[in-house]
Design a protein around this ligand. Structure first.
Ligand code: AMP
Length: 191
C-alpha cells in the first residue's frame, strides 16, 4: 500500500516540478540525519521511501553519531550519506525529499532543531544551481564535518565546488571533535 502511494507521489512530483525528466539516470548524493525515536530505523525507512519514489540507493556510508548542530539542547544526531540513481530532475528530487520528510512525520520546528528525518540534496550530477527553494551543491556542505566525513567514505574525489574535492575540503576541518562512527550500514543492497 505504502509503495503504491509513494509511486504516485513521485509521478505527481515530476508534474509539479514542471521539468523534463532526464533521459538518463543521474547520480545524486543525499545527506540523511535523525535525532528522534529509533534514529537508525528512521534513516533506513527514509531510504526505502526514497527508493520507492524513484531515487534508488546504490551506495551508503557508515552511520555517524554527531553532536547537535546549531541548537545544542537536543539529542545527538545519526548521520549518513547515500548515493542514489534517479530519473527525477533535481527540482523533482527536492519535492520528493520534502514529501518523504512529511510522510515520515516531520513537523516544522526551529531551524537546526530536533527532527525524525532531515534529507539534504548535497550534489546532483554536476549541476550548480541557486534559487530561493534549492541550492546545489548544498551550501553547508563544505563546512560540515558530519556530512563530509560520510561523503568521503563513498566519494572522496568527487568535487563539491570548482577544484575542491571532498578530500581537500576535509583537510581544513577538525574531524576529531563531536563526531564518531556509530555503526556500519546494515540495510539494503548497497555496493
Ligand atoms: P531543512 O531545514 O534542512 O530541511 O531545509 C529547509 C529548506 O532548505 C527546504 O525547504 C528547501 O527548500 C531548502 N533547500 C535549499 N537547498 C537545499 C538542498 N540542497 N537540499 C535540501 N533542501 C534545500
Amino acid at each position: 500500500m505504502e509503495s503504491n502511494q509513494i509511486s504516485s507521489m513521485s509521478k505527481a512530483s515530476r508534474c509539479e516540478a514542471n521539468e523534463p525528466m532526464p533521459s538518463e539516470s543521474q547520480s545524486a548524493y543525499l545527506g540523511l540525519g535523525s535525532n528522534l525515536n529509533d534514529r537508525e530505523a528512521c534513516l533506513y525507512r527514509a531510504v526505502t521511501m526514497l527508493s520507492n519514489a524513484g531515487a534508488r540507493c546504490v551506495k551508503a556510508s557508515s552511520i555517524y553519531e554527531s553532536e547537535p548542530f546549531g541548537y545544542s539542547d537536543q539529542p545527538a544526531f545519526l548521520n549518513a550519506v547515500i548515493k542514489v540513481k534517479t530519473f527525477l530532475s533535481v527540482q523533482a528530487l527536492l519535492i520528493t525529499v520534502k514529501e518523504v520528510e512529511r510522510r515520515m512525520g516531520r513537523i516544522s520546528g526551529p531551524r537546526w532543531g530536533p527532527r525524525l528525518i532531515d534529507i539534504d540534496i548535497l550534489l546532483y550530477d554536476d549541476v550548480t544551481l541557486a534559487t530561493e527553494e534549492l541550492t546545489v551543491p548544498h551550501p553547508g556542505l563544505r563546512h560540515r564535518v558530519f556530512v563530509l566525513l560520510p561523503l568521503h567514505e563513498i566519494a572522496p574525489r568527487v568535487n563539491i565546488d570548482k577544484d575542491l574535492s571532498v578530500e581537500k575540503a576535509l583537510e581544513s576541518l577538525d574531524t576529531s571533535q563531536g563526531i564518531k562512527k556509530y555503526a556500519s550500514w546494515r540495510y539494503g543492497d548497497v555496493r
